[in-house]
Design a protein around this ligand. Structure first.
Ligand code: MG
Length: 254
């Protein structure tokens, strides 16, 4: 099942996108079960929003073996966590804004894990029950500021630096998915979730022993090798097998 959030008649709603790319609206957010409402919308007629409204985004650093090798850092013994604010979230098709403070802003294509139920101190064997599904995530990073700062708050926290979407896929095994990033149509990152050091179930388990994960929260599970810069005017696409494509453009602040 593909879950979308969309804007129709100035109202943000959740819906289920069927095989014909028609949206069946839902009566309520999908976290306590999917209850269909009346009506139908064509995907081409609505504006897609970020498919969830996270209260927080938990980022994971150095979680792909190929990326750790690329940056010459040792594999972490435990997941390396950082937080991104909800104000950084944008949906598919929205513009990533290049901040004046930075001279180098990178894409990082990532698998986003979307939480479905409040998760607090859960076992890894139970973690799947707490995941609503998976989506594409771009962990946009001001690389120069990341090198300057000890914390990642500034480099990953700018408004528009957390594109999510285009939808949440609920029935997919995240164990072996191709993940790619394209910049202006040229493939820049190409890996597979098999390269993940800590898998989504372990991440949900591990993070839940630190903080409660709320429905709609997202874990950005880390980026593979091939990170690199974007410039205003660029078009960036994160493509994950079995999920879809998250496309955003980059521009300066107006
Ligand atoms: Mg990242």
């Amino acid at each position: 099942m593909r879950i979308v959030r969309f804007l129709a008649n100035d109202e943000a709603r959740y819906g289920v996108l069927d095989a014909k790319d028609e949206i069946q609206p839902l009566k309520a957010p999908p976290f306590e079960g999917v209850e269909h409402d009346e009506g139908r919308f064509l995907l081409s007629e609505v504006e897609l929003l970020a498919p969830c409204e996270p209260s927080k985004i938990v980022g994971i650093g150095l979680n792909y073996r190929d990326h750790a090798k690329e940056v010459g850092l040792e594999l972490p013994k435990e997941p390396m966590l950082f937080l991104m604010p909800d104000t950084a979230v944008i949906g598919p098709g929205r513009t990533i804004r290049f901040p004046e403070m930075s001279e180098r802003v990178d894409y990082e294509g990532e698998l986003g894990v979307v939480i479905g139920r409040p998760a607090f101190r859960i076992k890894k064997e139970e973690a799947a029950d707490y995941i609503l599904g998976y989506t594409c995530f771009n962990d946009v990073t001001a690389r120069d500021l990341q090198m300057l700062d000890t914390q990642f708050t500034r480099s990953k926290g700018f408004d528009t630096f957390a594109p999510i979407g285009p939808w949440i896929v609920t029935d997919i095994d995240p164990g072996s998915l191709d993940i790619e990033t394209y910049l202006n149509g040229t493939r820049k990152q190409s890996s597979n979730t098999r390269q993940l050091l800590f898998d989504p179930l372990h991440l949900v388990h591990f993070v839940s022993w630190v903080m409660t994960l709320n429905p709609g929260d997202v874990i950005a599970s880390g980026t593979p090798a091939g990170i690199g810069p974007m410039e205003p005017g660029d078009r960036v696409e994160i493509r994950i097998q079995g999920i879809g494509s998250l496309v955003n453009e980059v521009a300066s602040w107006e």
